[in-house]
Ligand binder design. Structure first.
Ligand code: HXC
Ligand code: NAP
Length: 275
Protein backbone atom coordinates (compact mmCIF):
# COMPACT_ATOMS: atom_id res chain seq x y z
CA UNK A 1 0.00 0.00 0.00
CA UNK A 2 1.33 3.47 -0.79
CA UNK A 3 0.31 6.24 1.57
CA UNK A 4 1.41 9.78 0.79
CA UNK A 5 0.68 12.81 2.92
CA UNK A 6 1.76 16.11 1.40
CA UNK A 7 2.68 18.94 3.77
CA UNK A 8 3.98 21.34 1.15
CA UNK A 9 3.09 24.95 1.98
CA UNK A 10 2.52 23.93 5.64
CA UNK A 11 4.51 25.26 8.59
CA UNK A 12 5.53 22.65 11.17
CA UNK A 13 7.25 23.67 14.42
CA UNK A 14 8.97 21.09 16.64
CA UNK A 15 10.08 22.30 20.05
CA UNK A 16 12.83 20.02 21.37
CA UNK A 17 13.21 18.79 17.81
CA UNK A 18 16.99 18.35 17.66
CA UNK A 19 17.50 14.77 18.81
CA UNK A 20 15.82 11.43 19.31
CA UNK A 21 12.08 11.05 18.84
CA UNK A 22 11.32 14.70 18.16
CA UNK A 23 14.04 14.97 15.52
CA UNK A 24 12.58 11.86 13.87
CA UNK A 25 9.23 13.67 13.79
CA UNK A 26 10.78 16.84 12.31
CA UNK A 27 12.58 14.82 9.63
CA UNK A 28 9.35 12.97 8.73
CA UNK A 29 7.53 16.27 8.15
CA UNK A 30 10.55 17.50 6.14
CA UNK A 31 10.29 14.43 3.89
CA UNK A 32 6.60 15.33 3.44
CA UNK A 33 7.68 18.72 2.05
CA UNK A 34 6.82 21.04 4.96
CA UNK A 35 8.58 24.20 6.10
CA UNK A 36 10.05 22.92 9.38
CA UNK A 37 11.36 24.91 12.35
CA UNK A 38 13.05 23.32 15.37
CA UNK A 39 14.27 24.68 18.71
CA UNK A 40 16.32 23.43 21.66
CA UNK A 41 19.04 24.68 23.99
CA UNK A 42 22.11 23.66 21.99
CA UNK A 43 22.96 25.79 18.94
CA UNK A 44 25.17 22.95 17.62
CA UNK A 45 22.28 20.46 17.73
CA UNK A 46 20.00 23.05 16.10
CA UNK A 47 22.48 23.67 13.25
CA UNK A 48 23.01 19.95 12.65
CA UNK A 49 19.25 19.34 12.56
CA UNK A 50 18.52 22.23 10.17
CA UNK A 51 21.09 20.80 7.73
CA UNK A 52 19.45 17.36 7.98
CA UNK A 53 15.95 18.78 7.47
CA UNK A 54 17.08 20.59 4.34
CA UNK A 55 18.71 17.41 3.02
CA UNK A 56 15.52 15.45 3.82
CA UNK A 57 13.43 17.65 1.51
CA UNK A 58 11.96 20.40 3.69
CA UNK A 59 10.60 23.31 1.63
CA UNK A 60 12.56 25.50 4.08
CA UNK A 61 14.18 24.77 7.44
CA UNK A 62 15.18 26.98 10.35
CA UNK A 63 16.20 26.54 13.95
CA UNK A 64 16.62 28.58 17.11
CA UNK A 65 18.34 27.98 20.43
CA UNK A 66 16.31 28.66 23.58
CA UNK A 67 15.35 27.01 26.84
CA UNK A 68 11.65 26.20 27.30
CA UNK A 69 12.00 27.17 30.98
CA UNK A 70 12.36 30.82 29.91
CA UNK A 71 8.90 32.06 28.85
CA UNK A 72 10.23 35.28 27.31
CA UNK A 73 12.78 33.42 25.19
CA UNK A 74 10.07 30.99 24.06
CA UNK A 75 7.78 33.89 23.09
CA UNK A 76 10.55 35.66 21.17
CA UNK A 77 11.58 32.44 19.43
CA UNK A 78 8.08 31.53 18.30
CA UNK A 79 7.47 35.08 17.08
CA UNK A 80 10.63 34.85 14.96
CA UNK A 81 9.45 31.55 13.47
CA UNK A 82 6.05 33.02 12.65
CA UNK A 83 7.68 36.06 11.04
CA UNK A 84 9.80 33.79 8.81
CA UNK A 85 7.40 30.90 8.07
CA UNK A 86 3.86 32.24 8.74
CA UNK A 87 1.07 30.76 10.85
CA UNK A 88 1.72 27.34 12.42
CA UNK A 89 -0.19 24.44 10.82
CA UNK A 90 1.38 21.85 13.12
CA UNK A 91 3.04 22.51 16.49
CA UNK A 92 4.82 19.71 18.33
CA UNK A 93 5.95 20.35 21.90
CA UNK A 94 8.38 17.68 23.06
CA UNK A 95 11.25 19.19 25.06
CA UNK A 96 11.83 17.07 28.15
CA UNK A 97 14.34 16.03 30.77
CA UNK A 98 14.48 12.85 32.82
CA UNK A 99 16.79 10.89 35.09
CA UNK A 100 16.14 7.92 37.35
CA UNK A 101 15.99 8.95 41.04
CA UNK A 102 13.97 7.78 44.01
CA UNK A 103 11.80 10.55 45.47
CA UNK A 104 13.38 10.24 48.91
CA UNK A 105 16.87 10.66 47.42
CA UNK A 106 16.04 13.47 45.02
CA UNK A 107 16.55 17.14 45.97
CA UNK A 108 13.57 19.46 45.71
CA UNK A 109 15.42 21.22 42.91
CA UNK A 110 15.87 17.94 41.02
CA UNK A 111 12.11 17.32 41.12
CA UNK A 112 11.41 20.92 40.17
CA UNK A 113 13.85 20.79 37.24
CA UNK A 114 11.81 18.12 35.49
CA UNK A 115 8.54 19.89 36.30
CA UNK A 116 9.99 23.12 34.92
CA UNK A 117 11.16 21.57 31.64
CA UNK A 118 8.32 19.13 30.92
CA UNK A 119 5.24 20.78 32.44
CA UNK A 120 6.04 24.49 32.67
CA UNK A 121 7.89 24.23 29.35
CA UNK A 122 4.73 22.87 27.75
CA UNK A 123 2.52 25.70 29.00
CA UNK A 124 5.15 28.26 27.98
CA UNK A 125 5.08 26.82 24.45
CA UNK A 126 1.26 26.62 24.34
CA UNK A 127 0.78 30.21 25.50
CA UNK A 128 3.48 31.66 23.25
CA UNK A 129 2.25 29.74 20.18
CA UNK A 130 -1.45 30.49 20.68
CA UNK A 131 -1.57 33.76 18.67
CA UNK A 132 0.35 32.12 15.81
CA UNK A 133 -1.75 28.94 15.37
CA UNK A 134 -3.65 28.73 12.07
CA UNK A 135 -7.38 29.23 12.54
CA UNK A 136 -9.11 27.08 11.55
CA UNK A 137 -6.93 24.05 11.02
CA UNK A 138 -3.94 24.03 13.40
CA UNK A 139 -2.94 20.73 14.98
CA UNK A 140 -1.01 20.83 18.28
CA UNK A 141 0.72 17.68 19.53
CA UNK A 142 2.22 17.37 23.01
CA UNK A 143 4.72 14.55 23.44
CA UNK A 144 3.87 12.74 26.67
CA UNK A 145 5.12 9.46 28.19
CA UNK A 146 3.67 6.27 29.69
CA UNK A 147 4.66 7.73 33.09
CA UNK A 148 1.62 10.04 32.74
CA UNK A 149 -0.64 7.12 33.69
CA UNK A 150 1.71 4.29 34.78
CA UNK A 151 3.55 4.81 38.08
CA UNK A 152 7.22 3.77 37.79
CA UNK A 153 9.56 3.77 40.81
CA UNK A 154 12.30 6.37 40.36
CA UNK A 155 10.08 8.50 38.11
CA UNK A 156 7.89 10.57 40.48
CA UNK A 157 9.02 13.80 38.79
CA UNK A 158 8.27 12.65 35.23
CA UNK A 159 5.02 10.92 36.25
CA UNK A 160 3.76 14.16 37.82
CA UNK A 161 4.96 16.32 34.92
CA UNK A 162 3.61 14.22 32.05
CA UNK A 163 0.25 13.66 33.78
CA UNK A 164 0.05 17.45 33.85
CA UNK A 165 0.97 17.66 30.17
CA UNK A 166 -1.92 15.34 29.26
CA UNK A 167 -4.35 17.41 31.31
CA UNK A 168 -3.16 20.54 29.48
CA UNK A 169 -3.98 18.70 26.25
CA UNK A 170 -7.46 17.78 27.45
CA UNK A 171 -8.26 21.20 28.88
CA UNK A 172 -7.03 23.18 25.89
CA UNK A 173 -9.04 20.96 23.54
CA UNK A 174 -12.13 22.37 25.28
CA UNK A 175 -10.85 25.93 25.14
CA UNK A 176 -9.46 25.93 21.58
CA UNK A 177 -11.89 23.73 19.61
CA UNK A 178 -14.27 26.64 18.90
CA UNK A 179 -11.38 28.39 17.08
CA UNK A 180 -10.69 25.36 14.91
CA UNK A 181 -7.52 24.29 16.74
CA UNK A 182 -7.04 20.62 17.58
CA UNK A 183 -4.71 19.39 20.34
CA UNK A 184 -3.68 15.84 21.23
CA UNK A 185 -0.95 14.05 23.18
CA UNK A 186 1.19 11.32 21.63
CA UNK A 187 2.67 8.86 24.11
CA UNK A 188 5.73 7.00 22.83
CA UNK A 189 6.45 3.70 24.55
CA UNK A 190 10.10 2.65 24.90
CA UNK A 191 11.75 3.90 21.71
CA UNK A 192 15.02 2.26 20.62
CA UNK A 193 18.28 4.23 20.44
CA UNK A 194 17.00 7.27 22.27
CA UNK A 195 18.28 9.17 25.27
CA UNK A 196 15.07 8.46 27.17
CA UNK A 197 15.32 4.68 26.77
CA UNK A 198 19.10 4.74 27.50
CA UNK A 199 18.55 6.53 30.80
CA UNK A 200 15.86 4.13 32.01
CA UNK A 201 17.27 0.89 30.60
CA UNK A 202 21.06 1.45 30.52
CA UNK A 203 22.12 -2.22 30.33
CA UNK A 204 21.35 -5.06 27.91
CA UNK A 205 19.71 -6.92 30.81
CA UNK A 206 17.37 -4.00 31.51
CA UNK A 207 16.59 -3.63 27.80
CA UNK A 208 15.72 -7.32 27.63
CA UNK A 209 13.30 -6.92 30.53
CA UNK A 210 11.70 -3.98 28.72
CA UNK A 211 11.35 -6.07 25.55
CA UNK A 212 9.74 -8.92 27.49
CA UNK A 213 7.20 -6.50 28.92
CA UNK A 214 6.09 -5.05 25.59
CA UNK A 215 3.29 -7.21 24.19
CA UNK A 216 4.50 -6.67 20.60
CA UNK A 217 7.93 -7.94 21.67
CA UNK A 218 9.99 -5.03 20.36
CA UNK A 219 10.92 -1.51 21.26
CA UNK A 220 9.41 1.18 19.07
CA UNK A 221 11.35 3.30 16.62
CA UNK A 222 11.19 7.01 15.96
CA UNK A 223 9.23 6.48 12.73
CA UNK A 224 6.45 4.70 14.65
CA UNK A 225 5.94 7.92 16.61
CA UNK A 226 6.48 10.20 13.60
CA UNK A 227 3.79 8.36 11.62
CA UNK A 228 1.23 9.00 14.38
CA UNK A 229 2.18 12.68 14.36
CA UNK A 230 1.84 12.83 10.57
CA UNK A 231 -1.69 11.44 10.88
CA UNK A 232 -2.64 13.85 13.69
CA UNK A 233 -1.15 16.76 11.76
CA UNK A 234 -3.19 15.93 8.67
CA UNK A 235 -6.83 16.43 7.68
CA UNK A 236 -7.34 12.69 8.20
CA UNK A 237 -7.52 13.56 11.90
CA UNK A 238 -9.80 16.59 11.56
CA UNK A 239 -12.32 15.24 14.13
CA UNK A 240 -9.67 14.02 16.62
CA UNK A 241 -8.94 16.38 19.53
CA UNK A 242 -8.29 16.13 23.26
CA UNK A 243 -6.96 12.59 22.92
CA UNK A 244 -3.99 10.89 24.53
CA UNK A 245 -2.75 8.39 21.95
CA UNK A 246 -0.18 5.74 22.84
CA UNK A 247 2.29 4.45 20.26
CA UNK A 248 3.72 1.73 22.47
CA UNK A 249 3.26 -1.79 21.10
CA UNK A 250 0.46 -2.29 23.69
CA UNK A 251 2.85 -1.57 26.62
CA UNK A 252 0.11 0.24 28.54
CA UNK A 253 -2.14 -2.83 28.59
CA UNK A 254 0.39 -4.62 30.86
CA UNK A 255 0.10 -1.86 33.47
CA UNK A 256 3.14 -0.84 35.52
CA UNK A 257 4.05 -4.50 36.17
CA UNK A 258 7.75 -5.37 36.36
CA UNK A 259 8.74 -2.16 34.59
CA UNK A 260 7.19 -0.24 37.49
CA UNK A 261 9.77 -1.82 39.81
CA UNK A 262 12.75 -2.10 37.46
CA UNK A 263 14.14 1.43 37.82
CA UNK A 264 13.76 1.36 41.62
CA UNK A 265 15.61 -1.96 41.75
CA UNK A 266 18.43 -0.55 39.60
CA UNK A 267 18.74 2.47 41.87
CA UNK A 268 18.85 0.32 45.02
CA UNK A 269 21.28 -2.20 43.47
CA UNK A 270 23.22 -0.40 40.74
CA UNK A 271 24.66 -2.70 38.04
CA UNK A 272 28.38 -3.45 38.59
CA UNK A 273 30.66 -1.67 36.15
CA UNK A 274 33.95 -3.32 37.26
CA UNK A 275 33.43 -6.67 35.50
C1 HXC B 1 19.41 12.90 41.00
C2 HXC B 1 19.81 14.69 39.62
C3 HXC B 1 20.24 13.84 38.57
C4 HXC B 1 20.24 12.43 38.83
C5 HXC B 1 20.38 15.88 37.87
N1 HXC B 1 19.92 15.94 39.13
N2 HXC B 1 20.58 14.61 37.51
N3 HXC B 1 19.40 14.24 40.81
N4 HXC B 1 19.82 12.01 40.06
N5 HXC B 1 20.65 11.55 37.92
C6 HXC B 1 19.62 17.15 39.91
C7 HXC B 1 20.85 18.04 40.10
O1 HXC B 1 21.67 17.58 41.16
C8 HXC B 1 20.19 19.38 40.41
O2 HXC B 1 19.72 19.40 41.73
C9 HXC B 1 18.95 19.37 39.52
O3 HXC B 1 18.69 17.98 39.22
C10 HXC B 1 19.19 20.10 38.21
O4 HXC B 1 20.32 19.52 37.58
P1 HXC B 1 21.16 20.32 36.46
O5 HXC B 1 22.19 19.39 35.93
O6 HXC B 1 21.59 21.65 36.99
O7 HXC B 1 20.00 20.60 35.39
P2 HXC B 1 20.07 21.05 33.88
O8 HXC B 1 21.49 21.40 33.47
O9 HXC B 1 19.02 22.04 33.71
O10 HXC B 1 19.73 19.68 33.07
C11 HXC B 1 18.43 19.13 33.11
C12 HXC B 1 18.50 17.62 33.25
C13 HXC B 1 19.44 17.01 32.17
C14 HXC B 1 17.07 17.07 33.14
C15 HXC B 1 19.06 17.26 34.64
O11 HXC B 1 19.58 15.59 32.37
C16 HXC B 1 18.97 17.30 30.78
O12 HXC B 1 19.26 18.36 30.24
N6 HXC B 1 18.21 16.38 30.15
C17 HXC B 1 17.71 16.56 28.75
C18 HXC B 1 17.78 15.28 27.97
C19 HXC B 1 16.91 14.17 28.55
O13 HXC B 1 16.76 14.07 29.79
N7 HXC B 1 16.38 13.36 27.65
C20 HXC B 1 15.53 12.22 28.04
C21 HXC B 1 14.11 12.60 27.96
S1 HXC B 1 13.19 11.10 28.20
P3 HXC B 1 20.53 20.19 42.92
O14 HXC B 1 19.68 20.01 44.13
O15 HXC B 1 21.87 19.51 43.01
O16 HXC B 1 20.63 21.62 42.47
C22 HXC B 1 11.76 11.41 28.95
C23 HXC B 1 10.81 10.25 29.25
C24 HXC B 1 11.35 8.93 28.80
O17 HXC B 1 11.47 12.51 29.22
C25 HXC B 1 10.35 7.83 29.00
C26 HXC B 1 10.89 6.51 28.52
C27 HXC B 1 9.85 5.41 28.60
P1 NAP C 1 16.15 13.55 23.75
O1 NAP C 1 16.87 13.00 22.56
O2 NAP C 1 16.95 13.92 24.94
O3 NAP C 1 15.29 14.80 23.24
C1 NAP C 1 14.96 15.89 24.04
C2 NAP C 1 14.92 17.13 23.19
O4 NAP C 1 14.47 18.24 23.98
C3 NAP C 1 16.29 17.52 22.64
O5 NAP C 1 16.13 18.13 21.39
C4 NAP C 1 16.81 18.53 23.65
O6 NAP C 1 17.79 19.33 23.03
C5 NAP C 1 15.50 19.25 23.99
N1 NAP C 1 15.48 19.87 25.32
C6 NAP C 1 15.74 19.27 26.52
N2 NAP C 1 15.61 20.16 27.50
C7 NAP C 1 15.26 21.34 26.92
C8 NAP C 1 15.00 22.64 27.42
N3 NAP C 1 15.06 22.91 28.72
N4 NAP C 1 14.66 23.62 26.53
C9 NAP C 1 14.61 23.36 25.20
N5 NAP C 1 14.84 22.15 24.68
C10 NAP C 1 15.18 21.17 25.53
O7 NAP C 1 15.02 12.57 24.28
P2 NAP C 1 14.03 11.45 23.67
O8 NAP C 1 14.26 10.23 24.43
O9 NAP C 1 14.06 11.42 22.19
O10 NAP C 1 12.61 12.06 24.15
C11 NAP C 1 11.88 12.96 23.35
C12 NAP C 1 10.46 13.12 23.88
O11 NAP C 1 9.82 11.84 23.91
C13 NAP C 1 10.39 13.67 25.29
O12 NAP C 1 9.25 14.48 25.42
C14 NAP C 1 10.22 12.42 26.13
O13 NAP C 1 9.59 12.69 27.36
C15 NAP C 1 9.35 11.58 25.22
N6 NAP C 1 9.40 10.13 25.47
C16 NAP C 1 10.54 9.44 25.15
C17 NAP C 1 10.54 8.06 25.28
C18 NAP C 1 11.74 7.23 24.87
O14 NAP C 1 11.67 5.99 24.83
N7 NAP C 1 12.84 7.85 24.52
C19 NAP C 1 9.42 7.41 25.77
C20 NAP C 1 8.29 8.15 26.13
C21 NAP C 1 8.30 9.52 25.96
P3 NAP C 1 18.88 20.22 23.86
O15 NAP C 1 19.66 19.26 24.68
O16 NAP C 1 19.65 20.91 22.79
O17 NAP C 1 18.10 21.19 24.68
Amino acid sequence: MTITLDFSDKTVVVIGGTSGINRGIAERFARAGARVAVASRSQDKVDDTVAALTAAGAEKAMGLAFDVRDPEAVAAGLAAIQAAFGAFDVLISGAAGNFPALAADMSVNAFKTVIDIDLMGTIHVMKAAYPFLRRPGASVINISAPQAFLPYEGQAHVCAAKAGVDMITRTLSLEWSPEGIRINSVVPGYIADTEGARRLAPTEKALEMVRRNIPQGRLGNTQDVANACLFLGSELASYVSGQVISVDGALYQRGSGQLGQMIGQMLRNPPRTDT
